[in-house]
Ligand binder design. Sequence first.
Ligand code: SF4
Length: 379
Amino acid sequence: MNSLAARLDALRGSSPAAPHTARTLAALTTNPGCDRRALMDAAGVDKDALAAHLNLPRPLRPSTIALDHGAAFERRVTAQAGAELVQLLRKTLNLTLPEVSYEDLNAVGGREPSSLPLRHARTRSLILSAAHDRAPARTLLNHPVLRLTVAGHPAYLEPDIVAFQNHGTFHIVEVKSFPVIDGQADPTKVAAALTQAAAYVLALRELLADDGLPPERVSNGVVLVNPRNFSHRPTATLIDAVQQIKSLSRHLGRLRRLPDLLDQLPPGTTFDLAPDSEANPTRPREELATALSAARAHYIPGCLRHCDLAYYCRDEARNQGRTEALGTTVRDDVAGIEDIAMALALADGHQHPSRDRADITHALRHAQRVHADFLAGTT
Ligand code: SF4
């Protein structure tokens, strides 16, 4: 074990590492400035268990009904050896008839986490066989398992479909249950789906690069398959995910500076929950709070949708009077001023601005005058 891995293990403590998923990787891009999250994710800390131990409310998760609906739609799309999907992809990716050989990797080694290396090995062999043009090429792989190196550790990821065209390009295909109505889907959901797909694109590129193949053979174009209008009939859309791929790639690169982040922690800092023989955490909550405060957080309101510690960090930001607790717009508008008290002091003239804060002070004072006029009824 290298020293970085040993330091991350010590930070996590005695619990097993929580694996990365495409969803957790996508969350990296929503708050790239947060050292606390970067450290916890790299160490595989189970943030949900930690939040439960601290009695924190958790961000809303998709309901069981929504999950069941999504699973049913995916089953429908991939039923009968992907008959419906094959038709859609033939149209969307211009696949010719000989290019629609279909392989379901769900069956390889079972669905237990322990089968992931086996399913990855099978996926790797099929993908390399297609990439090297060895017959018979499997051109649609259902639930393959890819592997992405995250902060030096392998993370197993499971895209819905990998599609391969005989002229040499791989595409990630994601089946999502949110609808496309009159050709339009919810842009927030599309962006989230593309960010998840970006993790699969990077993992597939890593697989090809490890075998000396050009990673560019994996397309930036991701195919989203969604219900059409208000029906259960699927529709497929090819969307360019280059921005999401670049963004995720940048954030993964940032995880490489983990040794610096670890160096900034006081010696002995650990998020260990000290579980007893029945896996119940026994770590005193004050000790955990001290450990959390040692890792710099960067709270933004978006944390409420993406991170189990959101309510903890929001309270912390509010208690410390940080501008970020007021929302991203306010934080960006007063960029460079981190304290609400300082912003107020500049606005009401109790604090004289330094030269680099002259413009923002001018804007704050103007806003304060408008607000005062509004209250006085003179606007
Ligand atoms: S909730 Fe806290 S730990 Fe999670 S990303 Fe936001 S600031 Fe970071």
